[in-house]
Write a protein that binds this ligand. Structure first.
Ligand code: G3H
Ligand code: ZN
Length: 286
């Protein structure tokens, strides 16, 4: 069944684990994510950024996920990730997304609050949940050849986050707690106490962006402090590209897409399953 992400996250918060939010922009990755969640019998959030949705088509993505999810026993949320404008959020909702993330974190505070409130009004009247962001999470979902940037990272002040959540009415909050998008030569260090203060002070489920490349022990500590949604993109992109390259290599390589792409789906699925097991550490798998 398709549900808003907030339904999944409220439950996860109660149970003390996190739900994976995985980005897709091809049918193979979409299948890999849904099959992984179905095999592990866990709900999942599947999402596209604006760029990914522009490539695949908002309507095509939402319809595809709905069709595939119809055959499954799990709950699935379809999320717009890092929506930057009211227009793209509206378009996603009209296309059938069940959740939206509005990211105006680069704007002045008052503009961020004003736009986020508009999104909340539009989305809530249509049964769609909203994730807001305050304190910009930098980087990009790629494998970076350099080490983590040493400066320019501004961490979210807990009281400012709590005020932002109250003023906007968002269901889910994304902040900057030492996380960054993409994979670097070194690993980030999450500020677990900062996460705990925002989670305890606001009561809403918190989202962790930049989930790729964060060591497992930090992920577990972040979940313990109140993270309920973890976004992963780069590790899936990397697995997809490496698998595709492996399967296309050699003079006698298969040229029939439906014969070599199942292995690509299987390889991406393995990565998704490992993440789901890590995020659901308190959940018992059969
Ligand atoms: O919004 C998407 C995520 O925050 C993905 O971050 O590419 O570091 O996994 P990542
Ligand atoms: Zn993100």
């Amino acid at each position: 069944m398709i549900v808003p992400a907030s339904d999944l996250l409220k439950q996860a918060k109660k149970e003390g684990h996190a739900i994976g939010a995985f980005n897709a922009s091809t049918l193979e990755v979409t299948k890999a994510i849904l099959q992984a969640a179905e095999e592990l019998k866990t709900p999942v959030i599947i999402e596209t950024s604006e760029g990914e949705a522009n490539f695949e088509g908002y309507q095509i993505f939402a319809d595809t996920v709905r069709d595939l999810a119809d055959e499954l026993a799990i709950d699935v949320a379809i999320n717009l990730d890092h929506g930057k404008s009211l227009e793209s959020v509206k378009y996603a909702i009209q296309s059938g997304y069940s959740s939206v993330h509005i990211d105006c974190s680069k704007m002045e505070r008052k503009d961020n609050v004003a736009l986020t409130r508009e999104v909340v009004k539009f989305a809530h009247s249509r049964g769609v949940s909203v994730e807001g962001e305050f304190g910009h999470v930098g980087g990009s979902s790629e494998v970076h050849a350099n080490e983590l940037p040493k400066d320019g990272i501004v961490l979210t002040e807990p009281q400012e986050a709590i005020d932002y959540i109250k003023e906007t009415g968002v269901d889910i909050f994304a902040g900057s707690y030492g996380n960054i998008h993409g994979m670097y030569k070194d690993a980030p260090h999450l500020d677990i106490e900062r996460i705990r203060k925002i989670a305890d002070g606001s009561g809403v489920p918190l989202s962790l962006h930049g989930g790729s490349g964060i060591p497992d022990d930090q992920i577990k500590a972040a979940i313990g402090a109140g993270i309920c949604k973890i976004n992963v993109n780069t590790e899936l992109r990397k697995a997809y590209k490496e698998s595709l390259e492996r399967n296309l290599r050699g003079v006698n390589a298969e040229i029939v897409p439906y014969k070599y792409l199942p292995q690509v789906i299987a390889d991406v699925k393995e990565v998704v399953k490992k993440k789901i097991v890590l995020f659901s550490a308190s959940h018992h798998f059969e």
